[in-house]
Write a protein that binds this ligand. Structure first.
Ligand code: PGA
Length: 248
C-alpha cells in the first residue's frame, strides 16, 4: 500500500512574512493528518521553513540541487548541504529547469545520483509538451526521460516520480483523470523494466494545475499516489483542501 504524498512546489515565490503566514495555517490545520506532506520553498527560505515545520508532520525539500557535493561551482547548492540542513526531498528535472536552464537527462541523472548519495529522496519530474502530445509522442518522451534519468542508478528505493505534462503546468489545464492514469500506468510499467526500481512501491505523483476541485478525482486513480502542487500550494486553504482530498 503506497501512502499518498502531497508536495507543495513553491517555485520562486515568497518572503519571510508570507512564508511564516502560510506555514502558520498549514501546521495547525487538522486536515494535515493523513497523507504524507512536504513543502519545497526556495533555498533562502529553507532554514526558516525547516524551523517552522520542526514540530509538525510536514517535511521539507528543495527545488533543485547541484550534481556535485562541494567545490568550485559558483551559485550552486550541494545535496549534502541540503541533507545537513534537515531537508528530506529534492525536486529534480522539473520542466522549468529543463526549459529555462537547459537541463538534460544526463544532468538530471547526475543530480539524482548525487542526491541519493547525500541521503535525499529525489522527486524526479517528467512530462511532455503540448506539441509532443498532439504528435502522439507523449509516452515515448516520458519513457525516454525516465530512461535517461534512472537507468544505471543505484539505490532508488526512495525514488518518487512526478508526471507533469508541460501543457498543464500553471495553465489551468489539467490532464483528465483518465489521461493522467493512463500515463501513470505506463510509467509504472516502464519503471518495472529498470533495474533497481521497485515499480510497485514507487510513488507516482501527478502535477499540473492540481487544485482543490480536481484533486479527489485524480487521487481516486489507482496509479496516482499524490500530487506535486505549484500555484495552489501558495494558498493555505487551497493546499489544505488538496491534502484533505488525499486524506479522504
Ligand atoms: P502548477 O505547477 O500546479 O502551478 O501547475 C505544478 C508544478 O510545476 O510543479
Amino acid at each position: 500500500m503506497r501512502q499518498l504524498l502531497v508536495v507543495g512546489n513553491w517555485k520562486m515565490n515568497g518572503s519571510r512574512a508570507s512564508v511564516a503566514a502560510l506555514l502558520e495555517s498549514l501546521v495547525s490545520a487538522p486536515a494535515m493528518a493523513g497523507p504524507e506532506i512536504a513543502v519545497c520553498p526556495t533555498y533562502v527560505h529553507l532554514p526558516q521553513v525547516l524551523s517552522l515545520c520542526a514540530e509538525s508532520a510536514i517535511s521539507v525539500g528543495a527545488q533543485d540541487c547541484s550534481h556535485m557535493q562541494s567545490g568550485a561551482y559558483t551559485g550552486e547548492v550541494a545535496p549534502a548541504m541540503l541533507a545537513d540542513l534537515g531537508c528530506r526531498w529534492v525536486i529534480l528535472g522539473h520542466s522549468e529547469r529543463r526549459q529555462y536552464h537547459g537541463e538534460s537527462d544526463a544532468l538530471v541523472a547526475a543530480k539524482i545520483a548525487a542526491a541519493v548519495e547525500a541521503g535525499l529522496q529525489p522527486i524526479v519530474c517528467v512530462g511532455e509538451t503540448r506539441e509532443q502530445r498532439e504528435a502522439g509522442e507523449a509516452e515515448h518522451v516520458v519513457s525516454a526521460q525516465l530512461d535517461g534519468a534512472l537507468r544505471g542508478q543505484v539505490n532508488l528505493d526512495s525514488l518518487v516520480v512526478a508526471y507533469e505534462p508541460v501543457w498543464a503546468i500553471g495553465t489551468g489545464l489539467t490532464a483528465t483523470p483518465r489521461q493522467a492514469q493512463d500515463m501513470h500506468e505506463c510509467i509504472r510499467g516502464y519503471l518495472d523494466g529498470i533495474e533497481g526500481v521497485a515499480a510497485g512501491a514507487t510513488r507516482l505523483l501527478y502535477g499540473g494545475s492540481v487544485k482543490a476541485d480536481n484533486a479527489a478525482e485524480l487521487f481516486a486513480q489507482p496509479d496516482i499516489d499524490g500530487a506535486l502542487v505549484g500555484g495552489a500550494a501558495l494558498k493555505a486553504a487551497e493546499f489544505i483542501a488538496i491534502v484533505g482530498a488525499a486524506a479522504a
